[in-house]
Design a protein around this ligand. Structure first.
Ligand SMILES: [Zn+2]
Length: 143
């Protein structure tokens, strides 16, 4: 399977781990526009979140709640948001968003002016954090 999350789960790609059990894995995302950005994914490769077995979906939410409490304690954002979209990596996951304002969860950090003069939305222009930095952040919110 050529899926980046499956490679991380198999240990073939590096990630800064926040949580792991037999069903789910939590790790830092490479784009830290606010400290604490991470995600929780199923260990089984399933595309749509709605198709996850119920116990796996519950475990993802439970894990995200625990991680969010640690994000609040360590980084004091205004709120911690949760996003399931699934356009980036086609492997069900819950994004955990450290939010300093209401637009952190939608478009603010993802919007940029494209070469054609139209607004584009992507994370490709966001800086990628170094592994050592991600490891340090992960250590602070690990559950
Ligand atoms: Zn996968």
């Amino acid at each position: 399977m050529d899926c980046i999350f499956c490679k991380i789960i198999r240990g073939e790609e590096p990630a800064s781990m926040v949580y792991e059990d037999e069903m789910v894995l939590g790790f830092m995302t490479p784009h830290q526009f606010h400290e604490g950005m991470c995600l929780v994914t199923s260990k089984q490769h399933i595309d749509h979140f709605m198709d996850l077995p119920e116990d796996v979906a519950v475990r993802i939410i439970q894990t995200a709640q625990k991680i969010a409490k640690n994000i609040m304690r360590e980084f004091q954002p205004q709120r911690v948001g949760y996003v399931v979209a699934g356009f980036g990596v086609l492997h069900a996951h819950l994004n955990i968003v450290s939010m300093k304002c209401r637009h952190d969860i939608t478009s603010k950090h993802f919007a940029y002016m494209g070469d054609n003069g139209e607004f584009q939305f992507s994370e490709s222009h966001l800086p990628t954090a170094a592994r050592a930095e991600l490891d340090q952040l992960a250590a602070r919110i690990k559950v």
